[in-house]
Design a protein. Structure first.
Length: 303
């Protein structure tokens, strides 16, 4: 993390005076936003570009709507959503202060805690997260939710072909190369079976630092940008990917949901393969393939 720029400090103080914004730190790792964190007090969430600025009001309204419906903290808004004078343009007047050109921002509550240690977790505590999400009625908030596959889009034929080609090209050797391609094709075909499951709140990314824990208890969940009405087995797959895939059977409500979670886990791996195929640099394909082969085998076995 870095120190905040002057224009970030000024914007935060304008929207929500009081916290020590100057003493805060800026997290730059988010896909859609940068976040100025005033420890223990508040955060300034800043859209990276005009596309994310256009989504900020909807995403903020979603979190505020969820706050009274879930038993853990979510980052409710402490200010209105601020838009730059021309957030659709590539540049705007930053007032002469040093920094980057923030197109939109909002101040939200600070959520205490930290990510859970990976590859471990109490199934009962994890199930409480899943149950809380399942209890949310998505009907009144459906207009605030992102569509399924919001991150990289649905599995179109060109996307499937590019992914299978990447697997084929980077397979460990000719003898084993066909197996992951066949498994991947079966996994992606199986997703069509789940197309009508669009009635449960799915967070979109329950791994790592988006779920905060304090003293072994869930404290809050961040980053609802990709939340959608979708298959609840995805929430199982997200949690198991961080806490341990061997927990899928204990987290799912029944064998059917466990089966779908394992298939979704394979599809999530294939998203990583597809993303790697788009990169302009040189991904570590041998490492990625070592991860891909066993996960695709497990996913295909669930079919």
């Amino acid at each position: 993390m870095r120190a905040p720029y002057e224009n970030e400090i000024a914007l935060a103080e304008h929207l929500h005076p009081g916290p020590d914004w100057r003493g805060g730190r800026v997290a730059e790792g988010g896909q859609f936003h940068l976040v100025l964190i005033a420890e223990g007090a508040a955060v300034l969430r800043m859209a990276r570009d005009a596309a994310q600025a256009a989504e900020m009001a909807r995403r903020t309204a979603l979190v505020d709507a969820l706050a009274p419906q879930v038993p853990f903290a979510v980052p409710r808004s402490l200010s209105g959503v601020w838009r730059a004078p021309d957030a659709c343009a590539t540049e705007y007047d930053a007032g002469g202060l040093p920094g980057w050109e923030v197109p939109a921002a909002v101040v939200q509550e600070y959520i205490p805690g930290a990510a859970h240690e990976p590859h471990t977790g109490d199934p009962a505590a994890l199930r409480s997260i899943l149950e809380a999400l399942a209890d949310v009625d998505v009907a009144p908030i459906r207009h605030l939710l992102a569509p399924p596959f919001a991150y990289r889009g649905p599995w179109t034929e060109p996307k499937i072909a590019a992914t299978l080609d990447a697997l084929r090209e980077h397979a460990p050797d000719e003898a084993t190369g066909a197996a992951p391609v066949v498994d991947a094709a079966r996994v992606l075909a199986a997703l069509r079976e789940f197309a009508e499951l669009r009635d449960s709140l799915v967070h979109g990314d329950l791994a790592g630092h988006n779920v905060h824990w304090v003293g072994g208890q869930i404290a809050g969940i961040l980053d609802w940008d990709l939340a959608a009405a979708w298959d609840p087995a995805l929430n199982v797959a997200y949690l198991a990917a961080w806490h341990g895939r061997e927990l899928v059977g204990e987290l799912a409500v029944d064998a059917g949901e466990a089966r779908r979670a394992r298939i979704w886990d394979g599809a999530m791996l294939l998203e990583t393969v597809f993303n790697a195929s788009l990169r302009g640099d040189d991904p570590d394909w041998p490492k990625l393939m070592r991860r891909a082969v066993p996960r695709l085998e497990t996913a295909a076995a669930a079919i």
